[in-house]
Ligand binder design. Structure first.
Ligand code: PYC
Length: 310
């Protein structure tokens, strides 16, 4: 198996580019990994090869021939619905391999097709799937922290978005923010507060004004399923934020929103309205850098050949 590592705004993506026998189509590949081949995920993400923050991207043959690739993302917990920092990472990876040149490319994911435009300067602009605010100003009682109010939104994953509550947003507080957001996620789960169709809200996103010197409108901290935090501003999380800003009239179509992450990396966002719909199409721009190319060796005698179980 061959992999290429990259990072987008500090958040790693580990892309499998060859060596697996996979079904055709992103949805079928997601089902295959989730139900029959979880070893692919644990081998690449768990220690000793990986670490908690890595998002894996398994490229596959798309069902839709107009797509340059299909992809399934996964992390230290499970398969993800989608991942935009990872989409930016795979576009940079395909360019590095010479498989694509600057221009527009369609990518099939298990939840729909996104369009990614690679620019000459290697920035990548992703047009995400339709996103929306599902609930506004919902208060949840969080043990140890009391009532916490936030919005629920879909941006390709389910998010609970909290503004100006909990620990202050700076990197020294990452352990405290992780504890706070994990407590919120557990409280949502315990109180049966979900996304549409009972779907679990597995990403928690805190917002505050950006730290001094950051050229951004907002700074965030994003807890991912599996409890690692996103080093990037989280593209699906930025999409969820754009949906909330659009729903509350705080951002208009085409207006730029600069979202900084907890480590200060920035995604630029905007949205297009969808006719006769309360959903929007989020547009997120960022850039990725290649950090390595590896042949994965799986020694049958290695007791941890498929990763240390977590
Ligand atoms: O950028 O969408 C994203 C993402 C999801 C989880 C980690 N990053």
């Amino acid at each position: 198996m061959k992999i290429i590592d990259s990072h987008t705004g500090g958040e790693p993506t580990r892309t499998i580019i060859s060596g697996l026998d996979l079904p055709t189509g992103a949805a079928a590949t997601r089902d295959f990994i989730a139900n029959e081949a979880d070893w692919i995920r644990t081998t690449l993400i768990n220690e000793p090869r990986g670490f908690d923050a890595i998002v894996g991207a398994c490229l596959c043959k798309p069902l839709d021939d107009s797509c340059v690739t299909g992809v399934v993302f996964f992390n230290n917990d499970s398969c993800l619905h989608s991942c935009i920092h990872g989409t930016i990472g795979i576009i940079e990876t395909l360019a590095h391999l010479g498989r694509i040149t600057p221009g527009e490319h369609r990518i099939e994911t298990p939840i729909g097709t996104v369009t990614a435009t690679l620019a000459e300067d290697h920035t990548v602009t992703v047009k995400n799937i339709p996103s929306y605010r599902h609930a506004a100003k919902l208060t949840v009682e969080v043990p140890e922290f009391g009532p916490i109010t936030g919005d629920i939104a879909w941006g390709g994953n389910w998010f609970f978005l909290i503004s100006d509550q909990g620990p202050a947003l700076h990197s020294a507080n990452i352990p405290a923010l992780t504890h706070f957001t994990n407590s919120v996620r557990q409280a949502l789960h315990a109180q049966n507060i979900t996304g549409a169709n009972g779907e679990e809200i597995d990403h928690i996103e805190c917002f505050a004004s950006p730290a001094a010197g950051l050229q951004a409108d907002s700074q965030n901290f994003v807890l991912c399923p599996g409890s690692a935090y996103d080093r990037s501003p989280c593209g699906t999380g930025t999409s969820a934020k754009l949906a909330c800003l659009a729903a509350s009239g705080q951002l208009t179509e085409g207006q730029i929103w600069r979202q900084a992450s907890i480590i200060g990396s920035i995604f630029q966002g905007s949205f297009e309205s969808l006719p006769d719909s309360d959903k929007i199409t989020p547009i997120v721009t960022g850039r990725a850098f290649i950090t390595g190319e590896t042949t994965v060796i799986i020694d049958p005698n290695d007791p941890f050949k498929n990763g240390i179980p977590s």
